[in-house]
Design a binder for this molecule. Sequence first.
Ligand code: SF4
Length: 253
Amino acid sequence: MVVNNLVQRAPVKREQLNAWLEQQSPQQVVRWAVDVFGPGLAMTTSFGLSGVALICMLQEVTRDVPLVFVDTGYLFEETLETKRQIEAAYGLKVLTWRPRLSIEAQARQYGPNLHACQPDLCCALRKVEPMRRAMVELGPIAVMNGRTRSQSETRRNLPLVEWEQTPVRINPLAAWTRRQVEGYVRMHGAPHNPLHEVGFLSVGCRPCTRAVREGEHVRAGRWAGLGKTECGLWTTNYAAPDAPRMYIKGGEK
Ligand code: SF4
C-alpha cells in the first residue's frame, strides 16, 4: 500500500508527498488526512484563531475526528467560553485532559510562581504531561493542529506533515497568513476568542500572556521577557510504545 510505504518506509516519498500537499488548499489537506488516516486521526486545539479555522474546515468533512484539549487550570474564561460556543455551534464534545496536580497542589509542591520561576517545568506539568496522557489513551496515528509558519520565527519552516513525529503531525494551515485565517473565520461566522479583538493575538495561560503591542509579532505576548517561545507541546515526541495502534487506510489495524 502506497500510503503505508510513505508513512513507514520511504522517506524520499514522504518528501514528494509533502511537496504535492504544498500545492493543495488547507481544505484539501484536511480531506486528504481524513481519507488517509481515518479513525487514526485526531485534532488538538487550544481554541486559538487558526485552531478555530481548522475545526471549521474539519467539521465540513467529518464530525468523527476527536478534538483534544488540555485545560491547564490557568486559562482565560474567554478561552473556556470559546470552547463551549464551538461545542454548541458544531454539536460536538471536546475531549479534555487536565494536569495531575491542581494549581493549589502544584503551589504546595513547587511554590506559587512556578510559571515565573521555571516556566518550562510548569508547561511540562500542566501542558505536556496531560497531552502525553491524551496521546497514550487515544493512540492516534496522526494529529492535526492549527500552527502556521507566520506565527513565529520558530515555526517559519513548519512542514505540512511532520512524518518523523509520533503521532505524525499534520499542519494544514502551515502556509496561511494571519489575514487568511482571520478572513476564513469571519467568512464562516465561527465562534472565536474575544480577546483577539483587544490585542491578544495568541492566547495561552493567564499568567504568561499579555496583549501584543503595535508592531510586535503575533506571539510576542507569550512568556514575554522570559526568553521562552514554545510550551513544549510541539517540541515533544509522544512516541508511546504501549499506545494502541489504530487504523490507517489500507494498512494494519
Ligand atoms: Fe504554566 Fe505559563 Fe506554561 Fe501555562 S503557559 S503551563 S501557566 S508556564
